[in-house]
Design a protein around this ligand. Structure first.
Ligand code: 1CP
Length: 333
């Protein structure tokens, strides 16, 4: 059994497992090299040879316990036929979503559109670097995908004023997302994913109707994934009440963000915990980073814990700091 599965299933492992959100990406010079020559991000995600190489880059360099496939949560809107573009120094930009298109989506065409992603998993599964490591497939949670599909740009500066105006489109999109995200989960599991992580990066934007937008849609995916026999990790970033989320949604493991005080949360959450450290700590110095890493490891010493960050690693992070981070986690007893 892999170290992460040991933590999830047996509640302990002989080593302190570690992987990092967004570990296959822009802080790695070898990634930037490939990215320079491949300006179309979606095409890069749909190139199984290059996306395999990118997925394995952080495994080869740092020996993490899991590989997270090089793909994106916005491959789902792409797969159902909404235009998705990634614009340099701006971020994602999506095309219009219309109800007629949503009605026409077929499961077969979705699976066909994303078949390179499933090929990537099949090929990683056979790769020698992956022995005794987890292969993490992932999806965006319905709320976060709804946000991108309707807002059409990142909501980092807030949701558009008319976001909630068309209740019919919102309800219909949430319904379709439930079906299509489940299909994407099933396809990833069939192709070899050993864990599924659900990213709800914009969960913190919901202040009311938690059941409608966060708990019910995510629980539906969690139950579905558990039924496939694969552990499921949830990351409802910046959600107001992590303990309540865990009680209602019941994932196999919860990834906390860096605004959560680990000392305050530990007694209130009785499932395995992942993550927490502020990625900005990796931009400081080694001594400070070590101190902060040891704080997390000490607090979670007697709680099933997988080391990770409280959000994705920042592009300006130095390789040296990641190396030191892995060393600190591995040496902690
Ligand atoms: O070179 C580039 O400019 C591309 C940068 C990049 C990368 C490397 C994007 C654009 N996506 C990815 C890969 C990616 N995205 C992975 C696989 C690699 C890995 O994790 O190691 C994963 C798991 C994601 C997930 C993802 N995409 C999330 C959830 C996690 C999070 O960070 O909150 C989100 C919100 C996205 C959307 C997205 N993809 C990329 C951008 C610039 C954005 C928008 C972010 C925003 O709205 O501000």
């Amino acid at each position: 059994m892999s170290p992460i599965e040991e933590v999830i299933i047996n509640k302990k492992s002989n080593i302190n497992p570690i992987w990092i959100m967004r570990q296959a990406g822009r802080y790695l010079p070898e990634f930037r090299e490939i990215r320079k020559k491949n300006t179309d991000f979606i095409r890069l995600c749909l190139n199984p040879d290059l996306s395999k190489e990118i997925t394995l880059q952080p495994i080869k360099r740092f020996g993490f316990d899991a590989a997270v496939i090089f793909s994106d949560i916005l491959m789902v809107p792409y797969g159902i036929g909404q235009e998705v573009k990634f614009i340099k120094n701006f971020g994602p930009k999506l095309g219009d979503l219309n109800l007629i298109n949503l009605d026409k989506i077929s499961e077969d065409s979705f699976t066909k559109n994303l078949s390179p992603v499933y090929k990537l998993l099949e090929s990683l599964k056979k790769s020698p670097e992956m022995v005794n490591k987890d292969l993490i497939g992932f999806v965006g949670a319905p709320w976060t995908l709804l946000v991108y599909m309707i807002n059409k740009v990142s909501p980092k500066n807030g949701l558009k004023e008319n976001f909630f105006e068309n209740g019919n489109i919102i309800n219909k999109t949430l319904n379709i997302l439930d079906t299509i995200i489940k299909l994407h989960i099933k396809n990833q599991v069939n192709a070899g994913a050993t864990i599924i992580q659900i990213f709800d990066s914009w969960a913190g934007l919901v202040d009311y109707e938690f059941n409608k937008y966060l708990y019910n849609p995510t629980k539906s995916l969690v139950d579905y994934t558990k039924n496939l026999g694969v552990p499921v990790i949830c990351f409802p970033r910046n959600i107001k009440d992590y303990p309540e989320f865990c009680k209602i949604v019941k994932p196999d493991m919860i990834n906390i963000d860096y605004n959560v005080d680990p000392k305050l949360i530990i007694d209130k959450i009785n499932i395995p915990v992942q993550g927490g450290l502020d990625p900005k700590v990796l931009l400081t110095d080694k001594n400070n980073m070590k101190k902060k890493v040891l704080e997390y490891l000490t607090i979670f010493k007697n709680h099933p814990y997988v080391f990770n960050l409280g959000h994705g690693i920042l592009p300006e992070t130095e390789i040296d700091m990641v190396q030191e981070l892995v060393k600190t986690v591995r040496e902690f007893k």
